[in-house]
Design a binder for this molecule. Structure first.
Ligand SMILES: Cc1cc2nc3c(=O)[nH]c(=O)nc-3n(C[C@H](O)[C@H](O)[C@H](O)COP(=O)(O)OP(=O)(O)OC[C@H]3O[C@@H](n4cnc5c(N)ncnc54)[C@H](O)[C@@H]3O)c2cc1C
Length: 599
């Protein structure tokens, strides 16, 4: 059974037929080089690397895991060599600034590549993925010297990066972090403290690791307003720019965890390690938030990646596995039984995965367009509009896609029956690997508070209206198109309901702030289902137009229209339950005394 096949046809559909990426790149300053030919060639080349090099290492990574020995971490067989190939092919530098050795291609292109890398082998992909976070921080906030010393090495891929936020007593609540930064006479800082759960925090794939660390200066105010950001390299740079002496940071242990075994999740002990301040003192969290949207889209991709991988494998299996006869008479009369794809329930599971994977792809690519526009659009007004849209869509993409991605991965396993539970098929690994996506980069609960509290209610619904207006315009444009009616009528109704629900929650929250927390995850899921409905309606309109033109690729477009129909008739009605639970209010959660949960 194949491990992973890059879905290039569907990627092209989402990019060029649904989202107009050709015009997007031509009209966005600095993105013009990304012509359709260039993008296609890059996607094809990356697809080969993902299919032939990374995908075969996915099970190896899971079974071998990383090994820790006295502070040294060895990655699974083949990981290091794959990374060397990745660097030699120039992939790390693709979307970074040419001033630091990058190729200057649009950020959105990096997101497309991350999808393929992540679907082929999520654990491996996290090593270069974390480096991008460090590179973006340095690009936005580093001094020229810091960029010259660290960024160029990261862009080249010679060094990798990490993001060190979490400590044993503080995960979500970073205001409590304790790691200290004491100023030294030479302008550097001595960093001391313990960070936990640091992905790619120690490994053997590159000669140096650049840790981006949150810590407190001695006179810092308490809480989140007293956090600063530091570069702490594993090896201090030598005079010639190479990795020099060891710095005072060691990996105390690695975690034994449910999934992503190929990625080292490290306890890092900083013991007077030399660090360098990035950005202004006490503004560390603000600096991080400047690229948080892009990083969270990176995690949203994980939902898509595991949905796609599970879908591919379970579809192949469902076409081959013979069990029982179709209820409506044999479909494979010469065989001992029919392939399980004839059974309605197996189709439910396959179509759910397909709807989430392909719908999620459109949502992520749309968000990727906003990343480009928020950075490069001609006018300040356009950049702000894109940024507003991105800030609304980011918690939805991150939390909703990882939740439904997990549901999809689980259904992929279910299609295999008992064989799904057995290691050899890779389906149980897919479920285990997927689970972390709802936890890191802000749990679903925290993303939901961000969406409803910060993004929607605190802007008096302004950012939400940017998106709902777009959906409204699309629905208006489809008026009179009878074939689109089954999609447009429910979409328009739910789009209006989204605003009404927001007003309702805003109203009850004036009386009781807990109403926001009580509604938030259901509200986020409601928002996700409506957002995906918009993209599926767009896809259906494109596919119907192609079918009307008599386009040769009929089977592809018919499959799009049928999947949209499935989504609207079998997935979107979940919004009705969510509306009911949202309106049920906070009382059913809060009235029970904490002491009375169990006796
Ligand atoms: C494999 C792995 C890799 C990771 N990689 C990194 C990394 O590279 N760098 C890094 O810095 N960190 C990393 N993390 C840490 C990760 O980001 C945190 O685990 C996450 O932020 C949650 O923090 P916590 O585990 O302390 O949970 P807690 O903050 O203790 O939360 C526990 C529960 O309470 C809920 N909760 C907390 N506050 C609220 C609230 N106000 N309202 C509603 N619910 C709330 C949460 O949603 C959660 O369900 C990683 C973690 C893992 C497991």
């Amino acid at each position: 059974m194949s491990d992973y096949k890059a879905p290039l046809r569907d990627m092209h559909f989402a990019l060029y037929e649904v989202l107009g990426f050709e015009q997007h790149y031509q009209n966005t300053p600095g993105c013009e080089e990304a012509s359709t030919d260039v993008v296609s060639a890059i996607l094809e080349e990356n697809a080969k690397f993902c299919e032939n090099v990374l995908a075969p290492l996915n099970a190896v990574g899971d079974q071998e895991g990383c090994q820790w020995n006295d502070g040294v971490v060895t990655t699974p067989t083949g990981f290091k060599e794959a990374y060397q190939q990745y660097v030699e092919a120039g992939w790390p530098s693709m979307t970074h600034d040419s001033a630091h050795g990058g190729q200057g291609l649009p950020h959105s292109l990096g997101i497309l590549l991350s999808e393929m890398v992540g679907s082929a082998n999520w654990s491996w992909g996290m090593y270069p993925g974390l480096s991008h976070g460090a590179m973006n921080t340095l690009s936005a906030h580093g001094t020229d010297d810091q960029k010259q010393t660290y960024l160029t090495k990261l862009v080249e891929g010679a060094w990798t990066g990490t993001m060190c936020l979490t400590e044993p007593h503080c995960g979500t609540d970073l205001g409590m972090l304790r790691t200290k930064a004491e100023p030294n006479a030479d302008g550097s800082y001595s960093i001391s403290g313990t960070k936990i759960f640091i992905s790619a925090g120690e490994h053997d794939m590159a000669e140096n690791i650049v840790h981006i660390v949150l810590a407190r200066l001695p006179d810092a105010p308490a809480g989140t307003k007293g956090i600063s950001l530091f570069i702490v390299p594993k090896h201090l740079p030598a005079g010639d720019g190479s990795a020099g002496d060891r710095n005072g940071v060691v990996c105390g242990s690695i975690e034994h965890k449910m999934g992503i075994h190929g990625n080292a999740t490290c306890v890092l002990n900083f013991d007077g390690a030399r660090g360098y301040l990035i950005g202004p003192p006490n503004r560390g969290l603000n600096c991080m938030f400047t690229f948080m949207n892009a990083a969270r889209i990176g995690t949203a991709i994980q939902g898509l990646a595991h949905a796609e991988l599970g879908f591919q494998k379970s579809l192949e299996y469902a076409r081959e596995r013979l069990q029982m006869r179709s209820l409506s008479g044999p479909k494979n009369p010469d065989g001992a039984a029919d392939p399980i794809i004839v059974h309605p329930d197996v189709r439910r599971m396959l179509l759910t995965q397909k709807a989430f994977a392909e719908g999620g792809r459109m949502l992520i690519y749309f968000a990727a367009q906003q990343v480009d526009r928020s950075e490069h659009a001609e006018s300040e007004e356009d950049r702000k509009a894109a940024d507003d849209l991105l800030s609304l869509l980011t918690p939805i993409a991150k939390a909703f896609l990882t939740e439904v991605g997990f549901e999809a991965a689980n259904l992929g396993l279910q299609c295999f029956g008992g064989h799904g539970f057995i290691q050899e098929w890779g389906m149980e690994q897919n479920v285990r690997d997927c689970r972390i996506a709802m936890l890191y980069e802000g749990t679903t609960g925290i993303q939901a508070l961000d969406l409803l509290g910060r993004k929607v209610l605190m802007t008096q619904g302004e950012t939400l209206r940017v998106f709902t207006k777009m959906v409204h315009k699309f629905c208006q444009a489809q008026e009179g198109n009878a074939e689109m009616e089954p999609f447009i009528a429910p979409l328009a109704e739910l789009n209006a309901k989204w605003g009404e629900l927001t007003l309702h929650i805003g109203g009850v929250a004036l009386e009781n702030p807990d109403e926001v927390g009580a509604a938030s995850v259901d509200y986020l899921m409601f928002s996700g289902y409506v957002t995906l409905a918009y993209f599926w309606a767009l896809a259906a309109s494109v596919a119907q137009a192609k079918l009307a033109e008599g386009d040769g690729d009929r089977a592809f477009y018919e499959s799009k229209v049928q999947t949209a129909r499935f989504y609207f008739q079998r997935i979107l009605p979940r919004t009705q339950t969510l509306e009911t639970t949202i309106k049920s209010g906070a009382g059913n959660l809060m009235d029970l005394d904490a002491e009375a949960f169990a006796f």
